[in-house]
Design a protein around this ligand. Sequence first.
Ligand code: ZN
Length: 723
Amino acid sequence: MIQSQSIKSAVDLQQGLVELGAGAFYADAREPWLDRLLLLKKRSELTTLQFAKTRLIEGPTGQPEHLNLAKTPYIPFMLEVCDMEGVHIIGISACSRWGKTITGETKFLKHYAHGPSYNTLWYMQSEDDLKDYVDERVDWALRNHPMINEKINWQDPKNGRTRVQIGNSLALWRHASQKTLRGKAAPLIKVDEIDGMPRKIANAILTLVKNRQREFGSQRLAIFASHPDMAPMGGVWLIIADSQQHRWWWNCLACGQASSPCQDATMRMRWNVKKFLKLKDEMTREKLLDMVEQDTRLVCPHPECKAEFTNEDRLKMNATGAWLQNHQELGPKGEVIGEYIIRDQMGFVGHAFMSPWVNINKLARDWVAAKLTFDDTGDDTTLREENVKTLGERHEDPDGAGHVDDWKSVKARLRRNYLLKTVPPGVLFLTQFIDIQGGRFEVRVIGWDLAKRSWLIDAYAIKQWPVDVLGPNPMGAFQDIDPANRLSDWDIIEKAVLFQHYPMQQNMQMCMPIAKTIIDAVGEPGVTANARTWLANIMAREYTGEGQIIPPHLIQLIQNSNKKDGPELYGRPLVRQYADDAGMKKLAVDIRERMPLSHKIKFLIAKRMQIHDGAPGQMAIPANCPDRYVRELVSETLINDEWTPRGRNETWDGWVNCETARYCVMPDRPGLWVETPDWAKPVERSKIRAHTIEEGVEILTGDNSDQAGVSVWDRYRELNDKL
Ligand SMILES: [Zn+2]
């Protein structure tokens, strides 16, 4: 039937084409054909992106319109990713009015229209949302794409709003519940608003998709799109965390340097609303909001630029933007530098500033209104909605206290006028923190002045140590350290860390000692007992002419408190008589342990990371500091009043705990600096005592330098760095 009709119409068509070509019609001959020609390709060759160029959407007056991909320059690449071999899960986190459902819809419609034909499952968070979505978008799309519509028998009573047979494929729309998840799988699954589902259901869908879809082999694909309501501990954020992540970058219209509006980007473009908030006591709420709506701009984050951009400017930047994976960079002409890595799981972090359908000035007005309400009432419900739904951001501490910037911004702000392992002018004394990890000691050394300015002096790990039994040739054999299970490994701290000295930048022959060493006595089972036993043993040591006496003030054991608040920020020195908390293993002598409120100290350090221009409290890092230490410094984010690490955080931890060390030194004692105290007084390099308890390992003295001036210790360290 259809065939005979099309033969008949083909004759008319031929005649019509001849006339069209001859200019018998008013229409441009190319106009009706460009789109259709694409469809003449073999079906398997038609990509989702090519289909998107012919896809129709309902226009404002109900007329079919083409999807305008030029408006959403971030969509095409996502459509390409849908077709990439080896990609099976896509996570998209974004705000409302961003187009986060377009990618999945287009992929599914392409398969309905042009095949290959697959069963599809669409999940939404609730029955009502599902109904609205099907009514408003899906039903229209199925009926208005002729190649889909002709495959559907609308008379079939089994076809309805949530189940449609389209040619050979069955399409099901379900709201996610325990019941609708049971026994369900399909090669193509689309899950919308996973963060709006109860946590149990959200997790069930994740697991279902990951496990059950495998049976469909290489054709399987699941697309999750959501606001990040549950971030970072659930929902779409979990999918993104495990994926090859993409963030949208663009080049500044003024300076040409790259930045990204997306959360957690390494150089982030933000808006200037903070400056308006400072005016809230000077004008009425209405006036302030008007001003916000009028004057909000995006600001280039590069310190030497700081150019401001209007709502329209940002769309210009958007047009030349690109999705970057974390290892990639955006070149001056908007070119992507570095290869894309294709992985099973691909994640996209979007932001409202990318969307053509929003106006940042109006967004700013709403956001500031929500912030003012929070300030007045302490209720952050609206602010949370604004962050998550309107901006597409993970909701963070609304006070801005505890805010930690991206690492490149922090790096740009910190002073960097000295080299690693040297003490620059201004530093009065040194502290260090040793973090006891499974197979390593992580050491961070921080210098201080009396105005709480601080300098990262050194950062290193000890993972292996010469096997003692080999005696005088310690470079020969190394073994992994195991501080939780081998008490003797703790002696390495005495041999190699406690008595480090660092040369003064202005006179490298003079070296500054460490005033205070903080050791975190918590870790794997065994760490606490070993820490206490080791410390008690050296404290109990009697001076016999061999070995050495370690002044008790040099070392402070700590166990950071789980509490969020309390009267003693840095804890009180608590007496410990036993190695174990059960009170079975008595120590050689009593020791002291502190329980600082690290939750609160972290706010101090986060605040100091914002300080610049040499003001009191400013932090500094060496000019040659590897970027990974700066990344560690911004690793923790305050979410729902919990400091949550993303990746390694040793330098952050080191700084936070050295703040406790700074306090313990009590550098503000009156008269203390009339004459520099011994624990801060630089000594001549040649006079640094060999602080060793065993002969033959005088690794800390300058005397052991070989001819190139590299000490045995430096070589140990180099070796450990490579592990
Ligand atoms: Zn700029």
